[in-house]
Design a protein around this ligand. Structure first.
Ligand code: PBG
Length: 322
């Protein structure tokens, strides 16, 4: 029988034998871009996170580079919304401009862009809606066409990866084809493959104003209790051409991350979402948690479960701690 505590005897032995480690090279930091000038709007539900106009984002990027954060996921937040999310297909849209700015600041920055309509539709759904009988349904295949066009616009602006989050069937296949047909073969896809219908997106919806006005996302996001479907979706996205697959949220779904990491060889990203961030922040503000220890424990758990990449609003603080 080994005496287990032999392996815990010193920092050096503990360091030598631990397997999951947190590294800022694996972080992706979400950034919210808005139109206009000289604005840095605090997001009250996400303490420490902001919506930036591009002139201010430019300064922020310098700071992020200094602390060694090089990977960003861009969300556009706009007032200009309509039923079809037309803004998403305009050429000089805020996300494309943000991508150009980031790449101009440093070619080595990696840029991921969220590909979804919910930030641009007035009804707030991730896809186009149409009436069928007296029911509103999401037009899956028409939506996929738009997602492909959106991805091409971002790719032409310099994005490295399209990150489709609409949970439409065959969105990865459609986006891959659109990129390939438009000479963007080198642009990758990080798919939100297993995105659950989670209560933990609440604070994000305050950040971007993308709450559906009618009904909810239950016909496209995964039911919380459908673990097997999540694993199937991840496999299907890999078959459709996803380079990186994502599980979202992270901590409540470590079982899915773990299962996927055993079954598939594609890199797995875990999205530590807005509600997961906000609940730690709230407890820290009350003085109930040691922030650094809690966050690094949580990130270690995500890695231990089998994720390669961590997407988190905590990336900036964590990068400073490491
Ligand atoms: C857009 C999108 C959402 C998030 C990422 N992309 C919101 C949603 O699906 O409602 C959530 C991110 C977070 O909560 O941090 N489809």
């Amino acid at each position: 029988m080994p005496r287990s505590r032999r392996l815990r005897r010193s920092d050096q032995i503990r360091g030598l034998t631990g397997s999951a480690s947190v590294n800022k090279a694996n972080f992706i930091y979400p950034l919210f871009a808005i139109e206009g000038k000289s604005k840095k709007e605090a997001i009250s539900s996400l303490p420490g996170q902001y919506r930036y106009t591009l002139d201010i984002l430019k300064t922020e990027l310098k700071e992020l580079k200094e602390i060694g954060l090089n990977n960003f996921l861009i969300f556009g937040v706009v007032d200009n919304k309509d039923q079809k999310g037309s803004y998403a297909l305009t050429k000089n849209q805020i996300v494309a401009e943000a991508v150009k700015l980031i790449k101009d600041t440093d070619q080595n920055f990696l840029v991921f862009t969220d590909i979804c309509l919910c930030g641009y539709t007035d009804h707030g759904h991730c896809g186009l809606i149409k009436e069928k009988g007296n029911q509103l349904v999401i037009d899956n295949d028409e939506t996929v066409k738009l997602l492909g066009e959106m991805a091409v616009i971002h790719a032409k602006a310099g994005a490295d990866f399209a990150a489709p989050s609409a949970m439409m069937d065959f969105q990865v296949k459609g986006i891959r084809a659109a990129l390939d047909n438009n000479t963007c073969e080198d642009t990758g896809i990080m798919s939100y493959s297993a995105k659950f219908l989670s209560a933990f997106y609440g604070p994000f919806r305050e950040a971007t104003g993308n709450t559906p006005k009618i009904s909810d996302r239950s016909t496209y996001q995964l039911p919380v209790n459908h673990g097997k479907q999540a694993i199937t979706e991840i496999g299907q996205d890999i078959d459709e051409g996803a380079d990186i697959v994502m599980v979202k949220p992270a901590v409540m779904y470590l079982d899915i991350i773990n299962e996927a990491s055993k079954r598939y060889n594609a890199p797995i990203a875990a999205y530590h979402v807005s509600g997961e961030y906000a609940m730690i922040k709230a407890a820290v503000q009350k003085g109930w948690l040691d922030e650094k220890r809690a966050v690094l424990e949580l990130f270690t758990s995500i890695k231990r479960a089998g994720a390669d990449i961590i997407i988190s609003y905590y990336s900036k603080e964590a990068a400073k701690w490491l």
